[in-house]
Design a binder for this molecule. Structure first.
Ligand code: UT7
Length: 403
């Protein structure tokens, strides 16, 4: 006989946030030395003044890891408590393994599943939606959602129509289950692959790369039809915000803040006008960082939270659009679950976890290599046991939903 019980509703709240930006600043004036452009043109047509560019040691994983550490700090969550890590990115370090797996390893989040999600500039909205649904359904309790990009390694630095737009960086949030109503209220996700040629960056396996007879691939090349993407963006921002609000049972009058994907100030201004919402309600940082693709919304969110702009019970709408074409929006209530007071002990435990994660990873990889060389089965058992112990969280997965 089926059990007859009603499960209490669960909600997914953002309880931690963080960001990481490379130190190197590339101004519009610097770009004048690279392509035929001007500071005045870029400011006027896009609103961008400067962007950050990954240094030699910055990668999608290192930036994502740094943003994730901050988010865990704010949420006072231990790596062992994370059930799921999703990294939204168009610039993963490898086709496989995923950047999420590498961040999972660096964090020592040994109980977490991890995967990358590809939805270009809309990636963070897709990832947040997936993680929130997993929490609301009861299948997980704590998720880390990261948007991380090194777009500077993908753009064509000879194409002034695109290279002036993009920048590098990462943002992250911690999502946690709670029985307090609020958090992620509604998501809408859309895609129209017929627009594949409007914004495109082929990868190995793509016929667009035009494999040469000798098997050598042509270099990656991002292409964009700026005007078409511009028109598409202004239309879908309005449509998806209204659709997501309706799904959440709210109206524009309820909206305190919109955090849009930071692509072009004119796109946002036009969408704001068509929605009849003042620009002051739109959180913007495009002038400083340019378009950081899937990272732009979590970076802007982390900054707004740090400034104290986002206040408990504020209704916040996230909206993004980009290659795919893909677009979407999220409606959420901010800060119903305030981050707990951080304990010094937990901070220490997190630092230890990161340190041990490095040692563990090196040790396990060295042992694995050694074993495959020696084919020693007793040692294999030791390795298996080590792996098993690492996957049994000791850091208190029993914390339960945030209150
Ligand atoms: O994450 C989503 C990703 N993408 C977007 O959101 C991009 C959406 N589109 C846009 O932001 C804009 O279309 C751009 C900023 C890319 C371009 O602005 P635009 O006002 O649409 O310019 P345009 O493409 O219509 O070009 C106007 C002129 C052209 O010169 P001619 O043909 O009129 O002589 C371009 O060659 O501006 C020229 N131009 C530039 N001039 C100086 C294009 N790029 C540049 C440049 N500097 N960087």
């Amino acid at each position: 006989m089926a059990a007859n019980f009603v499960r209490a509703p669960r909600y997914a709240h953002i309880v931690g946030w963080g960001k990481a930006l490379p130190e190197r600043v590339l101004t519009n004036s610097d770009l004048e030395a690279i392509v035929d452009t001007s500071d005045a043109w870029i400011r006027e047509r896009t609103g961008i003044r400067e962007r950050r560019i990954a240094g030699e040691h910055d990668t999608t994983v290192s930036l994502g890891f740094a943003a994730a550490r901050q988010a865990l700090e704010v949420a006072d969550v231990l790596p062992a408590e994370i059930d799921l890590i999703i990294v939204a990115t168009s610039t993963p370090e490898h086709i496989f393994p995923s950047s999420a797996s590498l961040i999972q390893d660096a964090l020592g989040a040994t109980a977490a599943g991890a995967f990358d999600l590809s939805a270009a500039c809309t990636g963070f909205i897709y990832a947040l939606s997936m993680a929130a649904q997993a929490i609301i359904s009861g299948s997980i309790t704590t998720a880390l959602v990261i948007g991380s990009e090194t777009m500077s390694r993908l753009v064509n630095w000879q194409d002034r129509g695109t290279c002036i737009l993009f920048g590098d960086g990462a943002g992250a949030v911690v999502l946690r289950a709670s029985d307090i109503p609020g958090g992620i209220l509604a998501n809408v996700l859309h895609s129209d692959g017929s627009g594949r040629d409007l914004l495109n960056a082929p990868l190995v396996g793509s016929p667009d790369l035009g494999l040469r007879g000798n098997g050598e691939a042509a270099p990656f090349k991002m292409t964009m039809n700026g005007q078409e993407v511009f028109r598409f963006a202004t239309r879908v921002i309005k449509e998806s915000i209204l659709e997501a609000l309706e799904k959440a049972g709210l109206t524009l009058a309820d909206v305190d803040w919109v955090i849009p994907h930071q692509a072009n100030e004119r796109i946002i201004a036009r969408a704001a006008k068509s929605l009849d919402l003042p620009m002051e309600r739109f959180i913007m940082n495009l002038d400083q960082y340019g378009n950081t693709s899937a990272a732009s919304i979590p970076i802007a969110m982390a900054e707004a939270a740090e400034r104290g702009d986002l206040r408990p019970n504020d209704t916040v709408v996230l909206v993004a659009f980009g290659a795919g074409l893909a677009w979407g929006a999220t409606v959420l209530t901010w800060g119903v679950t305030p981050p707990p007071e951080q304990t010094r002990l937990n901070r220490y435990r997190r630092e230890m976890a990161y340190f041990l994660a490095r040692q563990r990873s090196n040790l396990v990889r060295t042992l694995r290599r050694l074993l495959s060389l020696l084919q020693l089965s007793p040692l294999r058992n030791v390795l298996r046991r080590l792996d098993h112990e690492e996957h049994t969280p000791t850091g208190g997965n029993n914390r339960g939903p945030a209150q």
